[in-house]
Ligand binder design. Structure first.
Ligand code: LMR
Length: 394
């Protein structure tokens, strides 16, 4: 049987991680996988998470199962973080999942159960695992224009034009903030227009929000998802805690459905629990419990907010410094978009050959589509990257 297996396509982000590990150069620079790093290149456990972990060690008396959909306290704390007061608890069904990817996967399975023929609309480009999972599940997908390769901003007219072809019941996958891989994001007015368009088209939004707090701040980053929840009769949300709580390896995520028709919530909740049971039974709890403790304890929450804000402002500063360094070297503002982008990533707009040249000559690792993890930079590596960008002829 096993001889029938064939090699599966490699994930380019994970492949790059491997190449970086294997590069013996000590001055190599990792701008690949989306993991936050401080100026020393470390991914620390956040202070509030560490403190919660200490408390949990003292008070936790059992490792017995939680609920099939996870702990309702985690659902409530995360629903409040993502949706604020936009939706009532009675409108929301939720299931804890192994990370944001787990939430995407469970959300797609839910969609496949409810509407097997629905088409999933994806931004061009998007996180490569989106189309990979959709293809694996045998679902239909099509791309909508999102990124203008010239301006490195959102191609909003292209997006509107393409989404005007959405059919009733189709699903439109949107990045809640900090678009991965481009770093280009919609403003509030554009979110309003998209929400109105999806309503008119009777489409179902599915929002992937994995970087809340990394862009313009926790509240501002939730503007789009909240606008959709206010406007549309129903939607899905996949939220990740990997980045904003730094609990990557704990696999902490949440899938939510939000519906205006509160009579549907119990069925949605039961279906989410059923899907958990089919795929992995009970979801991981440790990360979810830490996140819940941080969000519901005033002191832990305040400390987390302050550290998250430092992380966000640190990335903004790196963006500005890189943009300034390139202005100085090129005498032009054509890299000004780096300071305008938000979140962990920016798509530089380099060709694959230029990306490869930077890797070979300077040990700089970015994804082949020229996505850079801004958090991989520090004051010492910015001039090296700026030189490499100029000498590669980007
Ligand atoms: C990324 O885009 O780099 C992260 O979301 C990590 C991953 O799993 O790809």
């Amino acid at each position: 049987m096993l001889e029938n297996l064939t090699a599966q396509p490699a994930d380019k982000i994970l492949q790059l991680m491997q190449m970086f590990r294997e590069d013996p150069r000590s001055d190599k620079i990792d701008l690949g996988v989306g993991v936050y790093k401080n100026a020393e290149g470390q991914t620390p456990v956040m202070r509030a998470v560490k403190a919660a972990e200490r408390q949990l060690w003292e008070v936790e008396t059992t490792k017995s199962y939680t609920g099939l959909a996870g702990d309702p306290g985690f659902h409530a704390a995360m629903a409040d973080l993502v949706l604020g007061k936009t939706a009532d608890a009675g409108q929301i069904a939720a299931a804890a999942t192994p990370g944001g990817t787990g939430a995407i996967r469970q959300g797609l399975e839910l969609i496949r159960m409810a509407a097997p023929d629905a088409t999933i609309w994806l931004s061009a480009p998007t996180w490569p695992n989106h189309p990979s999972i959709i293809k694996y599940l045998g679902m239909n997908m099509v791309e909508y224009r999102y990124f203008d390769a010239e301006t490195r901003a959102v191609d909003f007219n292209g997006m509107l034009t393409d989404l005007s072809n959405v059919k009733p019941g189709d699903v439109v996958l949107l990045h809640g903030c900090c678009h991965n891989p481009t770093g280009a994001n919609m403003n509030a007015a554009q979110w309003q227009e998209i929400a109105a368009l999806l309503l008119a088209k009777q489409a179902v939004p599915f929002v992937d929000i994995a970087y809340q707090g990394f862009g313009d701040g926790l509240e501002a980053d939730a503007y789009g998802v909240r606008r959709l929840a206010k406007t549309l009769p129903e939607m899905l949300i996949a939220a990740s805690c990997s980045k904003n709580f730094g609990v990557y390896r704990e696999r902490t995520g949440l899938l939510m459905t939000v519906t205006q028709d509160v009579g549907k919530t119990a069925l949605n909740q039961g279906t989410l629990a059923f899907l958990n049971r089919q795929n992995y039974s009970f979801p991981p709890d440790h990360g979810a419990r830490l996140v819940t403790m941080v969000l519901t304890d005033d002191a832990l929450r305040a400390d987390w907010l302050s550290e998250l804000e430092d992380v966000r402002l640190g990335m903004l500063k790196l963006r500005q410094q890189l943009s300034d360094a390139l202005r100085k070297r090129t005498g032009s503002d054509r890299f000004g978009f780096l300071a305008d982008h938000r979140g962990m990533f920016s798509r530089l707009g380099a060709s694959e050959a230029q990306v490869q040249a930077m890797r070979e000559s300077h040990g700089i690792y970015m994804v082949s589509d020229s996505r850079m993890n801004i958090a991989g930079l520090n004051e010492a590596s910015i001039p090296i990257l700026a030189d490499a960008i100029v000498s590669a002829g980007v």
